[in-house]
Design a protein around this ligand. Sequence first.
Ligand code: ADP
Ligand code: GLC
Length: 482
Amino acid sequence: MKILFVASECAPFVKTGGLADVIGAVPKSLGARGASVRVMLPGYPALASQIADGTVVSTYDDLFGGAARLVAATDHGIDLLILDAPHLFDRAGNIYLDETGSDWADNHLRFGALSRVGADVAMNGIGDWTPDLVNAHDWQAGLVPAYIKQAGGNGPPVVMTIHNIAFQGLFDSYLLGDLGLSADMFTPEALEYYGRIGFLKGGLALCDKITTVSPTYARELMTADYGMGLEGLLRARQTDVSGILNGIDIDVWNPETDDTLPQTYTARSLKRKTKNRDEIRARFGLSENATGPLFCVISRLTEQKGLDLLLEALPTLVGQGAQLALLGSGNADLEDGFVAAAKQYKGAVGTIIGYDESLSHLLQGGSDAILISSRFEPCGLTQLYGLRYGTLPVVANTGGLADTVIDANEAAILADCATGVQFTSVTTQGVEQAIIRTCDLFKDQKNWAKMVRRAMGHPVDWDRSAEAYLMLFTSVIEDNKR
Ligand code: ADP
Ligand code: GLC
């Protein structure tokens, strides 16, 4: 089976969030099961060396205002197809935002071009490699089915994967021509969305099947509370929608071999985590003699993640004798809030603003618990890293968080299956209660350690989900032949 992935991020090359981790990991799992996967990515500066060393497989004299080339390269075991279009992608800074923090003004062209070239490869292949199926990820790849349809529809089936419906790629309708799309694409059955062009909307309307990254989010998406306007479309296509839970790359995230940690450890040598905890305390300016658990947060600081609630719950956290180490960046008010909290609760709260991959490993490798207070969370990966590193997840009961953590309620404790703490009311009070409950559980160190060992044994790899993707892809390809 030959599969073309089209996406805007891929770890370890370019990452702003969990999408990159997933795109970096799934092709390997599918590859190990016999599939041939190629990942199409924009040619950002982070991929300059792969572009320089790669092989040009096709060229465009004018792709939305400049020349472009498609370059094949293999790195970290991933077969890449890189869209080298300097006028669109060769610029410093964030891959989505300009220096003022606004979306790049030409994002429609940047990701329209990615989708357009994705559609070309889908229909024509490269050399003797022609995909049997395209898996397009999020709004940035949302126009792939539209370009295939406009060219006559003679292409392989497309599966659209929703990683986060909050980002939809909405643009003014007058840009249709600049995207090389004809007016008959601008209908409610295709790209039109309340008078604008909807990249994700169009993808969801025109693709063959839809997946999202957890079963609970798949259900939530069909409700007005979570669907962000697309719930009607998703309900209308509900038999085409499935939720396949994300896994993690257990080779990259392995506390036994993680060379970014001061001290590696296993479920049988948990005491060795102490050295990592000491290092966190030193780096975050936390005192050494806390009585409660050390919580960490590793997150984009956005409305989605509910960290405004944690800010308000900090007096409770500190009052319980617990500590917090937060690594994150994003919203300026939240950044300022946590920086101020670190001053106010000196020794109990530590904040580092920024994006730091190895520091995120240290936090997983040395904290007692990881707090995730998301208002919605399609899947979430940091709770999975937490499970694997024995850093117990304390999570809102939503999306993939609901599907991956077993709450330490009475039944779960009796049945010996708890792996963390969940809270249902995503409010300040809900976060406070979850913190108090975690601190209480932490007091019983023997049972806490049992829970940690259990968490570390919880399956978080890609095995089950890779099989689920293969089954789905196989059936879509078969259906398409009929
Ligand atoms: P989302 O994709 O919504 O941001 P996920 O939990 O799926 O949420 O994935 C977030 C990914 O980004 C994880 O790999 C996490 O470790 C990483 N991450 C988030 N913020 C930071 C940061 N400030 N520094 C390092 N890694 C971060
Ligand atoms: C999105 C979601 C996150 C998910 C990730 C990877 O960024 O916000 O919940 O884990 O995509 O699928």
